[in-house]
Design a protein around this ligand. Structure first.
Ligand SMILES: [Fe+2]
Length: 385
């Protein structure tokens, strides 16, 4: 939930006459992801956003579940996923439940020949490798390595990459993604103890107003089906907007770590939350400074959440044989902890350069067929000495 922002030209009062130079009315649109009971934006279009001129046959993009239930530590090589040129085809769901879908993608190109709208889910796109620009009705958002791009569900977007090789870690959330409530004042300002603040949030800039008739397809995902909806005017025809509901970027490099004399628990790394899952950032930081401190984490029994860790860069002190783009899944129900030898090795270390994204889900994750193709066999036994 970002702060108030506006771009372009808007009328003094909402829901009043706002006319073009030729005297006709601009089309007002209220945009929110939770009816009329939460944050919203108001956009002013050159043409109503309702003018569908034709529709394509629906295409299923439903994840194919390979393992619905399991109780085993798992590990996957994310960078083993083959690149694909098309942005939407490159997106492969790996782990899913009713609250979220974890998707990996290695797109060669962006999506500039069509528009995309995820009507099911907020998207949190973490840029592991690549550089480019997200373009929406709200303006442009240039992005690069380490950016979390949050796109509220229903946002129409195009994405382009300046780089031929791109690696994305995407979380699709069926409920709105927000800053953790405990970071916020009762009026929504990020508090002093939060590991990031409003200055770290990058908002859309350079509003595009393209008043152009034609045939513009918005590929719209709803309940796992992709619908090609063709509109008679360019979707980016907004002259102005304001509000609290819009895409934005927070870089993981702007997340300020919270450290202590002894090991700090995972909630200090929390970055986002949604219904039934949280997202945490593990960033380079100084280790604990109690003279007897053990920097490696203690073993823990996560009986009510699956822990998914996506390794981005740097050395990981608690794990052996970690590669960039690797995922580990430690399911609820069995304890996990540092690999043999890593606890002693961590003692006396001053700092870590590790960079990782963690998704903790409060309901079990199911594995797709793609997850099995990327799996490292034998990980469950990797603690045995
Ligand atoms: Fe853990």
């Amino acid at each position: 939930m970002p702060h108030y922002h506006k771009l372009g030209t808007i009328p003094h009062k909402r829901h009043t006459q706002f006319r073009k130079p030729d005297g006709s009315l601009y089309a007002e649109q209220l945009f929110s992801t939770e009816g009329f009971s939460n944050d919203y934006s108001i956009l002013y279009h050159c043409h109503p956003p309702t003018q569908i001129i034709r529709t394509d046959a629906p295409v299923s993009v439903q994840p194919v579940i390979a393992e619905e239930k399991m109780l085993r530590h798992r590990s996957f090589e994310g960078f083993r996923l083959k690149p694909e040129q098309d942005y939407l085809q490159s997106r492969k769901p790996i782990l899913v439940n009713h609250d979220c879908q974890v998707v990996l993608a290695a797109p060669g190109k962006g999506a500039m020949a069509y528009f995309f709208k995820n009507a099911d889910a907020d998207e949190l796109i973490f840029i592991h490798e690549g550089k480019g620009e997200l373009v929406t009705q709200y303006g442009k958002l240039p992005f690069g390595y380490g950016d979390y791009i949050h796109i509220p569900r229903g946002t129409i977007y195009q994405i382009s990459f300046d780089t031929p090789e791109n690696r994305l870690f995407i979380v699709e959330s069926f409920s709105p993604i927000r800053y953790p409530k405990r970071y916020l004042s009762k009026y929504g300002q990020l508090l002093e103890h939060a590991p990031f603040c409003e200055r770290d949030i990058r908002t859309p800039q350079d509003l595009l107003t393209i008043d152009e008739p034609g045939d513009f397809v918005i590929k719209t995902k709803k309940k796992g089906i992709l619908y090609g909806l063709h509109y008679g005017h360019h979707p980016f025809d907004v002259v102005g907007w304001d509000g609290y509901c819009y895409p934005y970027i927070l870089s993981i490099h702007d997340f300020e770590p919270i450290t202590g004399r002894v090991h700090q628990p995972p909630p200090v790394h929390q970055t986002f939350e949604a219904a039934n899952f949280v997202v945490c950032s593990f960033v380079p930081r100084l280790y604990d400074y109690h003279p007897q401190a053990i920097p490696a984490p203690y073993n823990h029994s996560n009986i009510d959440s699956d822990e998914l860790l996506y390794y981005v860069d740097g050395d990981f002190m608690s794990r052996k044989n970690v590669t960039r783009g690797m995922l580990t899944l430690h399911p609820a129900g069995i304890p996990h902890g540092p690999h043999p030898g890593t606890v002693e090795k961590s003692i006396g270390k001053r700092e870590t350069g590790e960079l990782a994204v963690m998704v903790d889900t409060f309901h079990p994750l199911q594995l797709t067929t793609t997850a099995l193709e990327l799996e490292n066999e034998g990980y469950v036994m990797s603690w045995a000495e």
